[in-house]
Design a protein around this ligand. Structure first.
Ligand SMILES: O=P(O)(O)OC[C@@H](O)[C@@H](O)c1c[nH]c2ccccc12
Length: 261
């Protein structure tokens, strides 16, 4: 199962963090301002059907290499200029070509950053807190235990970050709710099979409760997809491949937002 491989890929990193913690050498928490992620996605900007979380992802298991040679700081500025509300930053190296160092480089554009990685250990939350990230991703399928999800989310919040809890189906949603999650991301791509089902993702919004903020993620590539997500009840959409493909992510985002008017 792909999620097992993702988890295994983190084992070495967690061992390293554990060793650093034992020597009291963990990096200190970021002292700078963390732009508010929840505030940025709860309300769509004027003229947009949903808030857009634009992703920086250079490769993926489903697509292989998507874009190379792009400078993270330049893409962050392009996304900010094109109307993104936040930026999702892949930091997982092996499967997605990410780097944790991208977070600081992209923070200068001033948008809230969501750290996209396979996080299921408290030391990984501490590591994220040493970066300027405003939010991090927790995946129910990776941590199918409401108590652990709650501990990790509350630890992130103690550092001034939000936790986005990712679900695929109603069973995952129940665990997310038991953990007290309020920011729910529905992934249209099953991270085990890599199959995408945008309609199933949109249908999940019927379960949204007052006070929750919901993000539709994956397989979105057109203005119509943003409008459909808004009509289904989502507050935000997360797009990656459709923007990074072709190497001009800012222009792609501007064109897609233009289609929604
Ligand atoms: O490239 P897409 O189809 O627009 O998908 C973006 C994003 O949803 C996807 O990268 C993602 C969603 N949840 C994740 C968890 C880990 C890694 C990646 C992801």
């Amino acid at each position: 199962m792909l999620l097992d491989r993702f988890r295994e890929a983190k084992a070495e990193e967690i061992a390293l963090l554990t060793d650093m913690a034992s020597r009291r050498e963990l990096p200190r928490p970021w002292k700078g301002r963390r732009p508010d992620f929840l505030k940025a996605i709860a309300e769509p900007p004027d003229g947009q059907p949903v808030a857009v979380i634009a992703e920086f992802k250079q490769s993926s298991p489903s697509r292989g290499v998507i874009a190379t040679g792009l400078k993270p700081e330049e893409v962050a500025e392009q996304y900010a200029a094109a109307g993104a509300s936040c930026i999702s930053v892949l930091t997982e190296e092996q499967f997605f070509g990410g780097r944790i160092g991208y977070l600081e480089r992209m923070s200068r554009a001033g948008l809230p950053l969501l750290r996209k990685d396979f996080i299921f250990h408290q030391l990984q939350v501490m590591e994220t807190a040493s970066t300027p990230a405003s939010a991090l991703l927790l995946i129910v399928r990776l941590t199918p235990d409401a108590r652990t999800l709650r501990v990790l989310r509350e630890q992130a919040e103690a550092y001034g970050m939000h936790a986005v809890v990712e679900v695929f189906d109603a069973a995952d949603l129940e665990i997310a709710r038991d953990s007290g999650a309020r920011i729910i991301q529905v992934n249209a791509r099953d991270l085990d099979t890599l199959k995408t089902d945008r309609q199933a993702c949109l249908d999940m919004a019927k379960f949204r409760r007052e006070g929750e903020v919901w993000i539709a993620a994956s397989a979105m590539s057109a203005g119509a997809h943003l409008r459909e997500a808004a009509e289904a009840g989502f507050q935000a959409v997360l797009m990656g491949t459709a923007l990074m493909d072709g190497g001009r992510p800012g222009e792609k985002l501007a064109a897609i937002l233009e289609e929604t008017i």
